[in-house]
Design a binder for this molecule. Sequence first.
Ligand code: EPU
Length: 422
Amino acid sequence: MDIFVIKGGVPLSGSCRASGAKNAVLPEMAAALLADGPVEIVGVPALRDISTFGKLLGILGAEVTRGPDATGRETLRIVPVPASTAEAPYDLVKTMRASVLVLGPLLARYGRARISLPGGCAIGARPIDQHLKGLELLGAKTSLAEGYIEATADRLTGAPVRFDVKTVTGTENLMMAATLAEGTTVLSNAAHEPEVCDLARLLRRMGADIEGDGTDEIVVRGVRSLRGTRHEVMADRIEAATLLVAGAITGGDVTVEGADPSRMGAVLDKLRESGAEVTGTPGGVRVTRTGPIRSVNVKTAPYPGFPTDMQAQFMAYMCLGDGFSIISETIFENRFMHVAELRRMGAQIDVSGNTAAVKGVPKLSGAPLMATDLRASASLVLAGLAASGTTEVLRIYHLDRGYDTLESKLRYLGADIARVKE
Ligand code: EPU
């Protein structure tokens, strides 16, 4: 297993480029199952979750290849072929919950899907009841046997679907299923996340009739078939925000090329409130910090609120604030696994329920740390960059699920970080 060894205390400076967004690529790979021809996704990052999803599509009968396109951009090419099996096995689903995204497309295209029911994960129980409820409203029959969800439908029929909670992959699953349904589906209380809009953009290119993505109500008018196309994936707003916080926590000057400030408003506002200077550049976002870190309160919320996927990283930053910061996690019930590790570096954090009270300390000190999930790992790396002495982050395979060569980007910005074999 690889670990990161970080010698902290170096202010980062310079610019690096945001990779393509993991949480957009995954549903877009699933959407390829709906097409009659090849779908190419351009600007795909090198991530473990994406290769796992490629394996899953392979099991379902699709041909998945990747490599640079004519302009040198990393491109995934997915050739959907009639499913030899419509089954997502436990071995894959247990390593990646996003596997559930093939449910809607398989059902819409082949009338049948059998998917291992994802269990709980490190950050919470994460049920999929809203996905199932929506598909049933479109006429699917679902049942659970031997740990698998089995869903069947002759042809899905459009219907009004109101989500009880805002769910990102739930909205995506239903939007995909509805594209080939008979008639019109109206998804209410839909997720507004930019990744949902990026998926809608791909589906429209494939010939789908979708309106209202990015709002509470998405209207999908079913069509008979969808075609292959080529699509450039949006930049990863969470990776970009993580790199900007790396600039701010080290008192540096970092520009992330490709970052879109219009999709990062909540995080950029909090960075400004914390005393960092944030400016839009022609192709990205720049952050600098020279003064003290002001403690600010953060409450996670569905987009356009503060993303849960940035909570852990921002908490690492607030550990060095000049006062108290209250951080509330409202999306997942167990997303404070980084707290115990940050405390090992000298952070002062009290947790009560879904709220963490962070009392800023003047400095953190390097320590050996254990990564527990993707974003928690990123927060430990950020803390290590700002800490005095050496930090070792173990189990960075969690980080490799969602950050494309993070250490190379950080090294390019001047960080002293190395990936070594344990
Ligand atoms: N929920 C339900 N029932 C459902 C679906 C969701 O109760 O049927 C609840 C969840 O338990 C949670 C809340 O609704 O409390 C929101 O969950 P959501 O469904 O939106 O999460 P997700 O779609 O499973 C995606 C991202 C996550 C990100 C969340 C929230 C992908 C592949 N994953 O998950 O990304 O944290 O939205 O923004 O898009 C990550 O990248 O580190 C990551 C975990």
